[in-house]
Design a protein around this ligand. Structure first.
Ligand SMILES: *[C@@H]1O[C@H](CO)[C@@H](O)[C@H](O)[C@H]1NC(C)=O
Ligand SMILES: *[C@@H]1O[C@H](CO)[C@@H](O)[C@H](O)[C@H]1NC(C)=O
Ligand SMILES: *[C@@H]1O[C@H](CO)[C@@H](O)[C@H](O)[C@H]1NC(C)=O
Ligand SMILES: *[C@@H]1O[C@H](CO)[C@@H](O)[C@H](O)[C@H]1NC(C)=O
Ligand SMILES: *[C@@H]1O[C@H](CO)[C@@H](O)[C@H](O)[C@H]1NC(C)=O
Length: 419
């Protein structure tokens, strides 16, 4: 038995003995998986939610202090009395065919990487494989509203086979046990997953952390990643842009983005820095308090898609997908992302790929087209008048339509895929 195979076996045993409250078996090739969370864990979580002690807010609420206490009390009450995990679990299992496998290391990360993923093939012979990567605080839930449109389109529109993995530490992909597995390595593992599934050329879509992941993939696997579609493009203004801004010589679009980034730094950067500095310290309370965890996630969801009407059911279900295995791994991904050698700082320009941007105009992700062109071969660029950061959830129809237009006979992306 090879050493690597042995370590995979050991890991499979570890994954079970690590005491996750869900049934999972990570073998060396794709095997079917259904979400099956221990009912006693679900009941214990409900009881914890019902006993949550809510912080006392100021009489005059200050938004930047955190979400209003009354909203968190509403989450607590709903969780204690109305929330039904069984329905969410059944809906996800019925709608999303899921699998597990193990990848034998990626890039500089030499340990086995157990992965959970959604895979649904289109019945169309001409369907194009599409790797969909979720973000934070997301999970495979993000693919739920677009998977039908991708796999089962009208007969004259482009069809896709969809593969949507859980990033390590999110949903049912166990968090790494060693440092060094960041988004770049996750992308390398996802490429190996695509090869396990027999897809040696494919297109990618991602938003939020998923957009960074698929960009790494386009850089690292230019032969296989034939086109990239995204609703977020990380691109900070350069010195000339800032000089222009300070000299009031920016376009309205440039000034908009620079102002949004400045607001982001004031309101959200603290959250990021907790993850980058002391994610474990943060995780002790978050692992033990479902309502506290939901309060954190609520802020992310509301901040990203403020005009979307997030229901209590949605907030709790998105929380559960991180809370069930524990939110440490998902938070710690940001620490890897801040690493100088393989984090955001290592994103380089790629020119051989076809990139598309689909940016809802009100979202943080709005970007002037010529700035975007500095880092990629943009062949398709759209601004939408509505929608938010979680595009596959708040604007699923527009997202699917945009992807179909981006890659259809006659487009540059189509030609890049077919060749
Ligand atoms: C709190 O609840 C109110 C009333 O439902 C809602 O309008 C507001 O957006 C919520 N705020 C947050 C941060 O969730
Ligand atoms: C959910 O399903 C489990 C196992 O089937 C069951 O024990 C539990 O009572 C169910 N909970 C609810 C709220 O229906
Ligand atoms: C491994 O790390 C080195 C040094 O940081 C880097 O140059 C190299 O690209 C990495 N390899 C992969 C496959 O990520
Ligand atoms: C497919 O057909 C619909 C309805 O006739 C039409 O609106 C749409 O533009 C067509 N799509 C393509 C790619 O030709
Ligand atoms: C104004 O911005 C343009 C575009 O970046 C630049 O070429 C030009 O030098 C700037 N003019 C001044 C006065 O800064």
């Amino acid at each position: 038995m090879s050493k690597r195979f042995l370590s995979v076996l050991l890991f499979a045993t570890l994954a079970v003995s690590a005491n996750f409250p869900f049934k999972a078996n990570f073998g060396t090739s794709p095997a079917p998986f259904s979400i099956d969370v221990d009912p006693s864990f679900i009941e214990e979580t409900r009881v914890k939610a019902s006993l949550a002690r809510i912080a006392t807010d100021l009489v005059q609420h200050v938004p930047q202090d955190g979400p209003p206490a009354e909203n968190i009390t509403a989450i607590k009450d709903y969780w204690a009395n109305n929330y039904n995990w069984n329905e969410t679990q059944k809906r996800l299992n019925d709608h999303l065919p899921q699998f597990t496998t193990t990848i034998d290391g990626a890039g500089n990360y030499s340990h086995p990487i157990p992965l959970h993923f959604v895979h649904r093939q289109s019945s169309r012979k001409d369907a194009i494989p599409l790797l969909f990567v979720h973000g934070y605080p997301g999970s495979i839930i993000e693919v739920e509203r677009v998977i039908d449109g991708f796999t089962n389109p009208p007969s004259n529109e482009t069809a896709f086979h969809v593969v949507a993995p859980s990033l390590p530490g999110f949903g049912f992909s166990p968090a790494p046990e060693y440092p060094g597995l960041g988004l770049r390595e996750s992308g390398q593992a996802f490429h190996k997953l695509m090869l396990q599934l027999g897809y040696n050329k494919y297109i990618v879509h991602g938003g939020d952390l998923g957009s960074h992941t698929v960009r790494y993939m386009a850089i690292d696997q230019p032969e296989s990643v034939r086109a990239l579609h995204t609703n977020l493009w990380y691109q900070v203004p350069n010195q000339q842009d800032m000089d222009n801004f300070n000299a009031k010589n920016s376009t309205a679009e440039e000034a908009f983005l620079i102002n949004v980034l400045a607001t982001f730094r004031l309101t959200f950067l603290g959250q990021r820095q907790v993850f980058e500095n002391e994610p474990l310290q943060w995780a002790y309370a978050q692992t033990d308090s479902p309502v506290g965890c939901a309060a954190w996630i609520l802020t992310e969801l509301k901040g990203g898609s403020p005009s979307y009407d997030w229901t209590l059911d949605e907030i709790i279900s998105w929380t559960m997908l991180l809370y069930i295995q524990g939110p440490f791994g998902s938070a710690r991904m940001y620490k890897e992302l801040s690493d100088k050698t393989h984090g955001l700082a290592s994103l380089t320009t790629f020119t051989s790929q076809w990139a598309s941007l689909n940016l809802p105009s009100k979202a943080l992700s709005r970007l002037p087209e010529d700035w975007a062109r500095r880092q990629g071969n943009i062949v398709w660029f759209n601004h939408y008048s509505s929608g938010g950061h979680f595009a596959s959830w708040d604007s699923p129809t527009e997202l699917v339509a945009d992807a179909r237009e981006f890659i259809k006979p006659g487009t540059a992306a189509w030609d890049a895929y077919q060749k």
